[in-house]
Design a protein around this ligand. Structure first.
Ligand code: HEC
Length: 162
């Protein structure tokens, strides 16, 4: 009962902020899950990153990230870029999802953007070459080690607070 009341008050708060509570609850409960479980379309299915994550690839990926992605996804891919709060749904923490999701999913989402899901993610297939898209995937995967731990650089930049 207490929870119902809290939910009700929070819904009124959301409405007052101009957010439709139904779409808000939909987004946090199913929206992201729906996108991440959506079948990768035919032309992208099963694609594997053909580019080794060597220093050249990572340098290219970094420059793409700084030019095109940082404003929304944040310096370390934590979804906290300076424009992030202008978008709903918010840009996700690709530092995490780039480890959870397969190459073909990431390449598809970066290439085609969020139009299909009516989100702000930009379609990059006309702006970045295929190599640049694979390089940026290599780069975002360095934000977190394969064990899911933050990289040393993230720690020393104080992203974890103190
Ligand atoms: C205008 C803001 C914006 C920019 C710029 C942007 N993104 Fe996104 N991105 C989003 C939003 C919002 C989503 C989540 C919504 C969705 O799934 O469509 C998203 C989703 C993603 C996803 C899917 C992750 C997941 O959790 O399913 C990947 C991967 C991604 N972006 C990578 C990139 C890369 C790489 C760049 C730069 C080349 C970039 N994005 C630029 C806003 C942005």
């Amino acid at each position: 009962m207490k929870n119902t009341i809290r939910l009700f008050i929070f819904s009124i708060f959301l409405t007052a902020c101009g957010v439709n509570p139904v779409s808000y609850y939909y987004e946090i409960t199913t929206g992201k899950e729906l996108r991440q479980n959506a079948p990768v379309p035919g032309e992208y299915t099963g694609l594997k990153n053909p580019i080794e994550p060597d220093q050249y690839s990572l340098m290219s990926g970094e420059s793409t990230f700084l030019e095109y992605c940082i404003f929304c996804h944040g310096e370390f891919g934590m979804g906290d870029g300076e424009n992030a709060k202008d978008f709903y749904p918010r840009p996700p923490q690709i530092a995490h999802t780039s480890h959870m999701m397969a190459d073909d999913y990431l390449f598809w989402r970066i290439s085609e953007g969020g139009e299909e899901f009516r989100t702000a993610m930009v379609a990059f297939k006309g702006r970045l070459s295929e190599k640049q898209r694979w390089d940026v995937i290599n780069y975002v995967r360095t934000f977190m080690g394969p064990d899911g731990m933050m990289s040393g650089e993230m720690m020393s930049d104080g992203i974890m607070g103190d």
